[in-house]
Design a protein around this ligand. Sequence first.
Ligand code: NAD
Length: 413
Amino acid sequence: MVLMSCFFHSRGRILEVLRNWPEKSIQVIVVTDGERILGLGDCGCQCLPITIDVGTNNEDLLKDEFYIGLKQRRATGQEYSELLDEFMTAVRQNYGQKVLVQFEDFANHNAFTLLEKYRANHLVFNDDIQGTAAVVLAGLIAALKSVGGTLADQTFLFFGAGEAGTGIAELVALEISRQAKVSVEEARKKIWLVDSKGLIVTSRKETLQPFKKRYAHEYEPVKDLLGAVKAIRPTALIGSAGVGQSFTEEVIEAMSSINERPIILALSNPTSQSECTAEQAYTWSQGRAIFGSGSPFDPVKYNDKLFVPAQANNAYIFPGFGLGVVISGAVRVTDDMVLAAAEGLADQVTPEHIDKGLIYPPFSIIRKISANIAARVAAKAYDLGLASQLPRPKDLVKYAESCMYTPVYRSYR
Ligand code: NAD
């Protein structure tokens, strides 16, 4: 793992900073500017691993005499984008074009822009947008094994329309369009978003951020979540607004009166911000909810049946995804590779898992899961002509396993 800080004051010398790093053979770099850590917000430069330290707007850190980062407010605008540009160029100059740069924990005003800016010409992956989207799409595909029907048969209501929410919405729309052979625009009609101002509808279009505009559908304004559930009658409710306890008893009851098996995903972190607890989801739906969460919850006993809540952890996706990119020598990340990762994860959910209420396989077999995801991602890169590691290995799962790092240490007495 690389722990390195690229300071704002090093602008113009980023290549030199990278060259000081002793390890020359680098395949994946995780980079952050620390502005949005797992629902905790701006943590400045106190996170791993390459930190682009442009300052912090966190008042506590600015006042803290022991804070290790730059004590200045965050650089923004042209200064910020020039530094990021210099970083991306320096990475490529120093390590070549097959180094995967994984963006992590950038605030949404920069995350979408950076992904759009670099995805065409660099090998980049945004974990908070694409990784989250893949893990949640996998959970939704797996949930259909017990709900029945196809993705296109569902109606999705997202509570929270930020990086996570809109990233998931876009990937779901893309999967629907691939499966049902309809345009993405048509597929988006199955998806509704609620943000802090209520349901996103056409009359709000002028004032919406660009990534929300495409989900502004024709409907009268609805201010609150319960009203939106009753109006839209979703089959799946997905929370990523970071507002704890927003899936109230009334909301879950409304979902359960509309659906025999309501899909309820409470993705906000940490646990205190979760839209509802696992126990609430199972109790208020009389054990009918298919529940997944961003935070971990213990199993719940309801009416003598044990329900095991599934955690939609991005760690299901990004290690396998990165491995798939590395072993195929992919030169770009495409949406189809992200879809392949989601399908690869969903395929590993067995009827036994579904029976317990799980929409993800157990984390205890993560190495097997990651090898399978890596194989699917690599296969897609080969199919799309984006792989440079030739010839294509015959058995990609075995090849992925053989490339994995296995921590075996000599034992000393
Ligand atoms: P974000 O800041 O980009 O988005 C938050 C969104 O919620 C914004 O659109 C905002 O308008 C909306 N919002 C805020 N208050 C609201 C309210 N009262 N009613 C309706 N909408 C409201 O943040 P993000 O990156 O999308 O992350 C959101 C949450 O999802 C965090 O808690 C994060 O930890 C969690 N998350 C979970 C996973 C996972 O489970 N794998 C992955 C990523 C993010």
